[in-house]
Design a protein around this ligand. Sequence first.
Ligand SMILES: *Cc1c(COP(=O)(O)O)cnc(C)c1O
Length: 370
Amino acid sequence: MTATQGVAAAMYRVYNFSPGPAALPTAVLEKAQEELLNWRDSGMSVMEVSHRSPDFIALAAHAESTLRRLLQIPDNYRVLFLQGGATMQFAAVPLNLAGPDGKADYVLTGNWGTKASKEAARYLRVNIAASAEAANFTTIPDPATWSVTDDAAYLHYTPNETIYGVEFHDIPAVSDAPLVVDMSSTLLSRPIDVSRFGVIYAGAQKNIGPAGLTLVIVRDDLLDRARAETPSVVNYRVMADSDSMSNTPPTLAWYLASLVFDWLEEHGGLTVMAERNQRKSAKLYAAIDDSSFYANPVTPAHRSWMNIPFTLADPALDAIFLEESAAAGLTNLKGHRSVGGMRASIYNAMPQAGVDALVSFMTDFENRHG
Ligand SMILES: *Cc1c(COP(=O)(O)O)cnc(C)c1O
């Protein structure tokens, strides 16, 4: 056992800054542990029961109604619990919303939006309405400068770019086309006005639950545009009509997401989460900005509440920073290879105490090495 593993084992739970799969609330895992062998007095695990059983159908209904309350989802939207990750939606969105001659606008503020546009280009004509690539994805191009297409089937953007740490804090109003958004790393971090969007999708493993589940929230009038060849399991109409059970759904992930929704509601819902997330990120950005040792390149108005990349003045210290932080119980801080340095992902499950511990560690590290 290495020293790091020894510390981690001794402290039971570390502060896990992973971008995804990411930390889940400890209370959720404890509840799942408590129910693991005997769910709802069935004498079985939730993993071992039929998705068609009354108990599981009740769980699915509970998960959806809790999520609807949390996000205040209007009645004219359907909520789908799918598989395939956000990446499957990169293809499902064009297949569901437009024919091969259709056009769609994409705004690129990082690598996820870029990947989404490339996948979509296999199915329809993609217009890049704006891109921040020339600025190394450190900002969001002013919506007034976006070149949107008149007859686009939709406009796609990524409200939070997980790798670059760039977040939209407002919804752009530049197009009459339905807005389609990849909210994988921001959904449930704050209240949103669902009625402004045509489709919202998110892989669960950042801020919702474990990997394996993908949420899609789709406006009614967009359910019937799918091409005939769209696979049934990602066809919004098919999945809406079958309550997301056209085939076997990811039952364990669905159950765990439901526990996360309950946890969010018990903690005051998304208004409380937004205050916490804003406060946590402000503390970390202040620590970075107040030092000449750490730096974050993102335009302040577009900095993410969820993913905070930062570099050290001397990259030769990166490995030591990672080793020492892990030994202090602060794990998974390594930045993405395309940005370098560090990245702290601080989703809902990261408590203020975890951010406080990281900031103390950073100050101490700077004092010793800066
Ligand atoms: C993680 C992430 C993805 C990829 O999600 P998968 O579920 O692995 O397909 C896509 N978009 C964003 C914004 C992400 O953060």
